[in-house]
Design a protein around this ligand. Structure first.
Ligand SMILES: Cc1cc2nc3c(=O)[nH]c(=O)nc-3n(C[C@H](O)[C@H](O)[C@H](O)COP(=O)(O)O)c2cc1C
Length: 411
């Protein structure tokens, strides 16, 4: 992979890069979802400077679950959840691929595909070839969707359908085989989008790279149970949907888990392979954090659903400012900083400190005296007082003190 500093007229100084012969003008792609279903969206993504777009999942044979979408956004909790979603049929997605190629110039178009028919790997290969023929710059094998067979299994309906998405994606051997048979046969880069379900994402990623994947990506949505009304639980939270259900979670809530997924993959596969990180990216800080945990490329879906495409230039500008401030020439200079820095629990240096209360700031509210695991703080004359022999330095009191009266000093 080659990093090339470049100027992109609209956004100022950004970084383009090349992976397996494919040149992205920057590392940001609109991740597969409802914002990559129509050619008008691809045109808008290009206009707003996105490096690429992964088209909405195409399933062959035609998707066996294909309901009108039901989305909810929980603003305070920072998560979006969907219970139902419309996928593309192969014909719709092939047409979209062709239209995207005809009507955009700089946007790299990834075909996000899943085969669920009875032809197994041959079916995967035939499907992949059709998308290459339609003009896809790259393929993205969907080994991540939690809303098809994985949802059915978790919801209690076992083995009704062929394994796909988050069920199939846990199996390093099969994912590796699918990657190999396709990567050997097509002349475009193969991306594989993985699931953290099953706990072995780094091993699956390694199998993908060993079998010819150009890029491994994560994280897709996590399957979970959204908020519901305890007084009317069977109604569920989704508007115009009669039953409660599992839902696929994305957005800011997902970021800490997604950082871990990318970190684990990078730690396992080393510095050379290209990793695409998605999950809860909303601004330049999130994106930089993702890169510092090992990502070369960034995918964003939920934020585009909520805000449209036009926020990308601000992210690029702010990353540029960050790079200038720290003297970085390319994203590669700060990628992996956290991969090195994250220290195993048995090697942590824990400094010996004790809480100090500034009496003038303490308003005697008593919150710090009620901390369930702490016996070090009591109130005397309406002021918090610390017993240094009881204080472990855990620092919870600093977090609960609304008067900002607590700090820590060396013992
Ligand atoms: C409504 C919705 C539909 C999605 N559909 C797909 C899909 O078809 N294929 C896929 O690989 N990922 C799909 N995703 C996952 C996203 O591409 C992305 O990996 C995930 O949402 C995490 O990123 P985010 O927090 O920026 O949304 C979908 C996400 C949402 C919210």
């Amino acid at each position: 992979m080659e990093w090339i500093p470049a100027f992109a007229g609209m956004t100022g100084y950004v970084m383009s890069f090349e992976i397996a012969g494919l040149k992205f003008r920057n590392p940001f792609i609109v991740a597969s979802g409802p914002a990559t279903k129509h050619v008008s969206q691809l045109i808008e993504a290009e206009r707003c400077g996105w490096g690429g777009a992964s088209l909405k999942l195409a399933i062959e044979p035609a998707p066996y679950i294909n309901l009108n979408p039901r989305y909810r956004w929980w603003d305070q909790e920072h998560y979006l959840a969907f219970s139902a979603e419309t996928r593309l049929t192969p014909d719709e997605a092939l047409r979209l691929t062709e239209q995207g190629r005809e009507q955009t110039k700089d946007l790299i178009i990834l075909a996000n595909i899943t085969y669920t028919g009875d032809k197994g790997l041959d079916g995967w290969l035939a499907m992949a070839k059709r998308f290459v023929d339609a003009g896809a710059h790259a393929l993205e094998l969907n080994m991540c969707c939690p809303n098809m067979s994985f949802n059915l299994k978790v919801s209690g309906e076992r083995n009704r359908t062929a394994q796909s998405g988050a069920s199939l994606g846990q199996n390093a051997e099969i994912v590796g085989m699918a990657t190999k048979i396709i990567a050997d046969a097509v002349d475009v880069p193969v991306f594989v989008k993985l699931t953290p379900e099953g706990g072995g994402i780094a091993e699956v990623a390694q199998a993908c790279f060993e079998n010819g994947a150009a890029v491994v990506g994560t994280t897709a949505n996590r399957l979970a149970i959204p908020e519901f009304d305890i007084h009317n639980p069977k109604r569920g939270p989704f508007r115009f949907q009669d039953q409660p259900s599992m839902a696929c979670f994305s957005g800011g809530w997902l970021k800490p888990l997604a950082l871990r997924d990318v970190f684990e993959i990078r730690k396992k596969v080393g510095p050379a392979p290209c990793v695409l990180g998605a999950g809860g990216i909303r601004n330049h800080t999130d994106a930089i954090q993702m890169m510092m945990c090992g990502a070369d490329m960034i995918g964003i879906c939920t934020e585009v659903m909520l805000r449209g495409f036009a926020f990308l230039p601000a992210i690029l500008k702010n990353i540029e400012k960050f790079m200038v401030r720290h003297g970085y020439d390319s994203y590669r200079d700060f990628r992996d900083i956290m991969v090195e820095a994250i220290t195993p629990a048995d090697h942590l240096t824990i400094r010996d400190v004790v809480a100090y209360v500034e009496p003038e700031l303490c308003d005697g509210c008593g919150r710090c005296t009620r901390i369930g695991h702490c016996y070090a703080i009591t109130l005397k004359d309406q002021k918090a007082v610390v017993d240094p022999n009881q204080c472990t330095g855990c620092s919870t009191c600093q977090d609960v003190c609304h008067a900002k009266a607590i700090s820590f000093v060396r013992r």
